[in-house]
Design a protein around this ligand. Sequence first.
Ligand code: F6P
Length: 541
Amino acid sequence: MTEMNIDQTLLNTARRLSATPLADLFDDEPDRMDRFALHLPGMMTDFSKQKVDENTLDELLALEKKRNVCGFLKKMAKGDPVNTSEGRAAQHMALRAPEGAACFADGKPISADIKAIRVRMEKFCEDLRAGRIAGVSGRPIRTLVHIGIGGSDLGPRLAIEALVRSAEPGIEVRFAANVDAADINDALQGCDPEATMIIVASKSFATPETLANARVARAWLVQHLGKEAPARHMLAISSNTARVRAFGIDADNIFPMQTYVGGRYSLWSSVGLCIMARLGVAAFNALLEGAAAMDRHVLETDAAHNGPVLSALINYWNLNYLDLSARAIIPYATRLALLPNYLQQLIMESNGKAVAADGTPAKGVASAAVFGAEGSNAQHAFFQQLHQGPATIPVDFIGVVADQEHNPAQHKTLLCNMLAQSRALMIGRSEEETAAQMRAAKEDESRIETLAPQKTFPGSRPSTTILLDALSPFCLGALLAFYEHETVAIAALAGINPFDQWGVEMGKTVALAIETAIDDADTSALDPSTARLLDRIGTTG
Ligand code: F6P
């Protein structure tokens, strides 16, 4: 089949399925669960509540073949320069490859380098946890303030919040990302300078927000401990040693970050130092093992049974054939409350692009507008719109099977709430059914006439459910790798490069121009709206 034929077939199928209630697919396909539910490392995924039937899946698999999605994932694993605009590999998988595996990036062996950095991280974290790393006063360091933004912030923040119970003793980790000084002020507030170490995580070491916060932290150290303090109390994680040294951090205090690992794929690198410090070496290794298990699944499984690839095909179908342009991500776990933020960056910074890697228009839409919050809280916030709003928004539900809070009653309620949402979104409730229920409750006819349409649910709204075995380092690693691979697979379908982010650059350039206009007291080159807003800021500032 040619690309055009596949595309036409999918368009015809979308028209046919648009008129088919989602719940009917279960009657039409008695063994639907065999095809759409998968057992993957650390989790089960259920795609059966997506608006795809077995024929559609075969058509999507033809598209996968044509666009060589699995081939692209394999090239990435081999270390080929899949990040074409920056001319380099995207080798985050090498960071979690099992001991002894020979990994390459752009043709060069990298396993020894990865191992050397990991050994340094482990030594540092073990010493830190044992109280063997002291500040200038001789007191052991007990608090880390991790400064970074985007990919240099979101992963460590998520992993620590997901995996640490707040009462567990250990190294305290605080975060500062925003250039709003409130963030770094709050992070430093109440810290004991003698027992605090600042980690500045920035791949480029050129990110203005991070450098501004790092300067505040350095001044804080100098103010409390004297000008020798930064040398003992500041670490950098970066791939740009020259910039780190120019900032004043010693070469011995730099944990290198590999240039062939993208920021939003860097949780597994030295960016995860504070995760290792907080959770310990064994837990960090388990996080890597979970991701590695997902990598193996992705590389060794045919597309029809490959979790991330199927998820990519279904999301590509939702975006391009059912025209569903948003996606909600709802973890039913308080400790995973930061997952939507993390995935927002992973998905939207990777795939929020309309031009293909060869400069032509992308073959399709690669990214939804992603948003989310933890359930069941989200039910009391934006779920109204998911159920009855005019636009259909597909949902990813993520639940955890193990009751790690030892409260079976509440755990049951939590998971039943999750299952209720996906089921309600699917089955909906017709106006006739609603009216019949109201009649049975002896409501009067005029009320039924006005209220029944309002209490009707269109249903047929798709969702995926992921059930993690537990909220453990292994399962979290597998889950994050699942979404990484799904993201890259969607990019391969659309033909875009998921590893660059030119869109972020323009904002940085314009911000600089505005700051210059303020410094020069000359806003004449700005548009009238920006100039007027600056006037106002100037008069209140
Ligand atoms: O938002 C753009 C971006 O480059 C992200 O991709 C990256 O994760 C973040 O900024 C931080 O970059 P750096 O680690 O270089 O400070």
